[in-house]
Ligand binder design. Structure first.
Ligand SMILES: Cc1cc2nc3c(=O)[nH]c(=O)nc-3n(C[C@H](O)[C@H](O)[C@H](O)COP(=O)(O)OP(=O)(O)OC[C@H]3O[C@@H](n4cnc5c(N)ncnc54)[C@H](O)[C@@H]3O)c2cc1C
Length: 297
């Protein structure tokens, strides 16, 4: 019998598309197999397979090693793969929601999301509900009884960050959260006042003509209240050229936990500031480069 895989391929088609805000599109996909998809965390990552260079619709076999099968195809026929966040899975209705930043048409994923129409077919590699253990593929693992949390995100990480706030709001005593969200436009600053345990700083950059990440760095350095134990600064090891930053927190302390996801150079600067200058323990904070300016992902 074939081994049950932690992640597997799902065939889906677009059911509907709407705007969460001017820069963020919500796409709802459906497919009978979604009944076997699972989502273990609000920052659950998935791979989305888009039409290949020659326009072929992704049609890898559902069972099997999708990546090896993809590598065997001639380059122009290989589906284009990008990483996204599983925003919502409704197994009963067999629907899955993913939110896309519409950053223009130079990136195939963004271009596809902008031009896609109901009925368009793609494939998604997502956690398999038949897998008996944890499928992994997420970093949000705060300690039980967390008291203070810090969430920093640019627009690509807003879907995961909102999911985190939604999850925390279900707790009887949610932790005190400071959130810094940088987005392109004023209209992207959606109302999150229902999360009364969170102090949310919306930072629309076009309004102040700022470069990507500039508003985040300024606001975090001016407003973030960091744990009182912080103060012992650490040397921050920089990645080798071309490597993307991905540091997972390992802490067991419930005093403080951080989650930072944004463009690569911005995450690096935030890590230098928080760990190298403010002395936040690297054990207590996740740093994740969700994309890299000027580079395909
Ligand atoms: C774990 C994880 C979860 C993610 N979740 C989401 C999600 O839920 N929603 C989402 O929209 N993105 C998400 N991303 C980011 C997404 O994978 C990248 O933005 C990806 O590069 C988009 O692919 P593309 O084909 O549009 O552009 P690419 O072909 O990868 O890049 C083409 C060009 O566009 C630039 N570019 C890429 N993304 C952006 C952007 N957002 N703004 C401006 N320029 C950009 C690149 O630097 C490059 O120059 C996630 C990434 C990771 C690692």
């Amino acid at each position: 019998m074939a081994e049950v895989q932690s992640y597997r391929l799902f065939n889906v088609q677009l059911l509907h598309k709407s705007h969460v805000s001017p820069s963020l599109l919500s796409l709802v996909f459906g497919g009978p197999d979604v009944a076997n998809m699972k989502c273990d965390s609000p920052d659950q990552r998935i791979k989305m397979l888009f039409p290949s260079e020659d326009g072929s619709i992704p049609s890898l076999p559902e069972h099997g090693q999708w990546y090896s099968l993809l590598q065997e195809l001639p380059k122009e026929k290989r589906p284009i793969v990008r990483t996204y966040t599983l925003r919502h899975v409704d197994r009963e209705r067999q629907q899955v929601t993913v939110e896309f930043v519409s950053h223009g048409t130079e990136g195939p994923a963004s271009a596809w999301a902008i031009s896609s129409q109901s009925g368009d077919k793609i494939q998604i590699v997502a956690p398999n509900a038949d897998y008996p253990a944890d499928s992994g593929g997420y970093e949000w693992t705060p300690p039980a009884g967390l008291r203070q949390g810090l969430i920093i995100a640019d627009e690509t990480a807003i879907p995961a960050a909102r999911g985190i706030l939604e999850l925390l709001s279900k707790q009887q005593n949610p932790p005190e959260i400071q959130a810094f969200f940088e987005v392109p436009e004023q209209g992207d600053c959606v109302d999150l006042s229902e999360f009364c345990f969170a102090k949310i700083h919306w930072l629309p950059r076009k309004a102040v003509n700022a470069r990507h990440g500039e508003c985040l760095l300024k606001a975090v350095s001016e407003c973030a209240k960091l744990p009182t134990a912080a103060g012992i600064t650490e040397t921050v090891n920089e990645e080798a050229e071309g490597e993307l930053l991905w540091d997972k927190a390992t802490t067991a302390s419930n005093a403080f936990y951080g989650w930072v996801a944004a463009e690569s150079s911005v995450v690096k600067m935030l890590r230098r500031y928080l760990i190298g200058e403010c002395g936040v323990s690297h054990d207590a904070i996740n740093f994740m480069a969700y994309w890299s300016k000027g580079r395909e992902r």
